[in-house]
Design a protein around this ligand. Structure first.
Ligand SMILES: Nc1ncnc2c1ncn2[C@@H]1O[C@H](COP(=O)(O)OP(=O)(O)OP(=O)(O)O)[C@@H](O)[C@H]1O
Ligand SMILES: [Mg+2]
Length: 252
């Protein structure tokens, strides 16, 4: 089966900076969760921007390579068009509309749907994240960090994207909340066939839920493969999973 997202040999630069991404190739198979891991400044957000048509906004530019979404070349397409083609983005920092209610935030995400489909899709999001239903008339700014992340995910998922891109899913959230969110994303993948590319700094959690993982280091993919293999690799253990510090605990 064709991959939902196929990035090939992608290099990206910013004005007055060298390359932020160099020859990056990555694919997201239909219905699966792919984790994109790496330290601060590795280029994770840059990759998301390149895929979602947001590079221009940040004065970045592609110097070579290609991005295919559902078999179509999409480099250079504006993000509003990509959203209509089925991309859903949860940006770094979540960026929910804090003054708007939960329901109105979801309405923003549902704006591209035919009117007759809106109620059903909203209810599907509330089923996925019942906390949002409890708080639907509250301003988003009053929600906890975990609830705001659920809302940001809901705002993207309400439009039934075929590809969901999440930048920093777990940042600042307690592991229990993050696990609960991942479990719901697995449900989404299984029931709707949604493909997901999830940027994470918390490698351990991401590797638990993602099928495959890619590690970015200073703009290059340095390791990739099935999550279990990536988690077991020595380089990964040492740099991201704290194996040295926790070697006694992991022997148990
Ligand atoms: N708008 C910009 N202009 C110039 N350089 C930028 C811009 N945005 C990012 N960079 C640089 O590109 C590199 C990659 O940054 P990017 O934000 O993609 O990393 P990241 O992996 O998302 O990091 P973090 O984990 O901190 O979010 C960094 O060196 C960063 O300083
Ligand atoms: Mg980032």
């Amino acid at each position: 089966m064709a991959d939902t997202l196929e990035v090939k040999g992608l290099s990206v630069g910013y004005a007055r900076k060298g390359l932020a991404l160099e020859d990056v190739s990555l694919s997201v198979p239909k219905g699966s969760i792919v984790a994109l891991l790496g330290a601060n400044g590795a280029g994770k957000t840059t990759l998301i921007r390149a895929v979602t048509g947001l590079l221009d906004l940040h004065h970045g530019h592609v110097t070579q390579g290609s991005v295919q979404f559902d078999g179509k070349s999409v480099l250079g397409m504006p993000s509003h068009r990509l959203v209509r083609m089925g991309m859903g983005l949860v940006p770094e920092g979540r960026l929910v509309f804090k003054q708007l209610t939960v329901e109105d935030n979801l309405s923003v995400g549902a704006a591209i749907l035919p009117r007759s489909a809106v109620r059903e899709r909203m209810d599907a999001v509330y089923t996925l994240f019942p906390r949002l239903l409890e708080r639907r008339q509250q301003a988003a700014g009053w929600l906890s960090g975990g609830e705001q992340q659920m809302l940001a995910l809901g705002r993207a998922l309400v439009a039934s994207p075929t590809l969901l891109l999440v930048d920093e899913l777990s940042l600042g959230l307690a592991p229990l909340i993050v696990k609960a969110i991942y479990k719901q994303l697995l449900v989404v993948g299984e029931t709707l066939g949604t493909s997901m590319l999830i940027v994470e700094q918390n490698a351990r959690l991401a590797l638990e839920f993602a099928a495959t993982a890619y590690i970015l280091d200073r703009g290059r993919i340095v390791l990739s493969g099935p999550s279990a293999d990536v988690a077991a690799s020595e380089a990964m253990k040492e740099s991201y999973l704290g194996a040295k510090r926790e070697s006694s605990a992991s022997a148990a």
